[in-house]
Write a protein that binds this ligand. Structure first.
Ligand SMILES: *[C@@H]1O[C@H](CO)[C@@H](O)[C@H](O)[C@H]1NC(C)=O
Ligand SMILES: *[C@@H]1O[C@H](CO)[C@@H](O)[C@H](O)[C@H]1NC(C)=O
Ligand SMILES: [Ca+2]
Ligand SMILES: [Ca+2]
Length: 303
């Protein structure tokens, strides 16, 4: 019985590890959005943030270490398994044993960050030393801990990676050329994931089509990314779901924010596939919704 449990545990960790590699970075949130936040959004955003955080090499190493430990335990089944091993705490929280029971608590200390590349800009346009510091603050405010600096910080989010900066205006040629660059970028990301064997069979097939049929090249990549962003599979991409392509790119691509803004042409805060195709300047005829929902089931298993 115990070994079955351990195997399950091993499987979950392996799954987590493979996910870590498959995720590309992320993030977004506008000030005016805060008011609309409901529990589901918060939860979903936390999941996204968690995913992007997982990209961290340190975290990957840590998981590799855990995996090694579980393997060791499999071979040496005398060792007690820490109940925290299988406990999943959200961003800014860690698992701690309380009278033998696993419990999520606010991360007591974030690593001292001297590296300016770790800086993040929040939805309040405040620069924080690291993503850890932001999640810790949010946790403290959720828990009414004295470390909470302002009650609003219960809704603190990362707007983008890097120090807060004066937004650079994107206009003229830059904006006009952006859809083409974005299409190229999406195709390259998809191809890259295919080469690393990190797409599901369904998306592998779409990538192959994109490679071999010029008329499907941009369209398939666009459909794939749109499906990929639609985390709750309601067939529209909310502002929160744009987090993964916005946050890591804002600093590098001054046109990404206005571009994504422009995609929601009817301003209902959701991007449909038709809107997505139009803002990437693709032919509506070529855009067929072909999402692979199987893939979407995976994160829930982990949650
Ligand atoms: C955000 O903060 C930066 C740096 O302090 C500042 O230059 C910029 O104008 C602010 N942006 C907004 C939208 O207030
Ligand atoms: C390429 O894609 C187009 C558009 O979907 C399709 O009509 C055509 O049959 C495809 N060509 C090949 C060789 O598969
Ligand atoms: Ca959605
Ligand atoms: Ca819309």
């Amino acid at each position: 019985m115990r070994s079955v449990w351990l195997l399950l545990c091993l499987g979950l960790l392996a799954l987590t590890l493979s996910q870590v590699r498959a995720e590309d970075p992320i993030a977004n949130l506008d000030l005016e959005d805060i008011a609309e936040f409901d529990e589901d959004d918060e939860e979903y955003l936390t999941l996204l943030e968690e995913k992007s955080k997982n990209k961290d090499v340190e975290r990957e190493n840590e998981l590799a270490q855990k995996l090694a430990d579980v393997q060791y335990n499999l071979l040496n089944p005398v060792v007690e398994v820490d109940p925290c091993e299988t406990m999943h705490c959200g961003a800014g929280r860690i698992c701690q044993l309380n009278e033998g029971k696993p419990e999520c608590i606010c991360i007591p200390e974030c690593p001292d960050e001297l590296d300016t590349r770790r800086l993040v800009c929040t939805n309040k346009n405040e620069t924080w030393p690291s993503d850890c510091a932001v999640y810790q603050q949010r946790c403290w405010c959720d828990n009414k801990d004295p470390g909470c600096r302002h009650p609003d910080n219960a809704h603190l989010h990362i707007d983008y990676y890097g120090a807060c900066q004066e937004p650079r205006v994107c206009d003229g040629e830059d904006l006009k050329d952006f859809p083409r660059r974005m299409r190229d970028w999406l195709f390259n990301v998809m191809r890259d994931l295919a080469e690393r064997d990190e797409l599901t069979d369904h998306y592998m097939q779409m990538e192959l089509e994109a490679e071999t049929n010029n008329s499907r090249r941009w369209a398939n990549a666009a459909v794939w990314k749109w499906c990929d962003l639609d985390g709750d599979t309601d067939r529209s991409v909310s502002r929160h779901e744009l987090f993964p392509i916005r946050a890591p790119l804002v600093k590098l691509e001054h046109c990404i924010a206005p571009f994504l803004e422009s995609c929601d042409s009817n301003k209902d805060h959701r991007i449909t596939l038709v809107e997505w195709g139009a803002c990437l300047e693709l032919d509506a005829e070529d855009l067929k919704e072909r999402c692979d929902d199987v893939q979407k089931a995976v994160p829930h298993l982990l949650g």
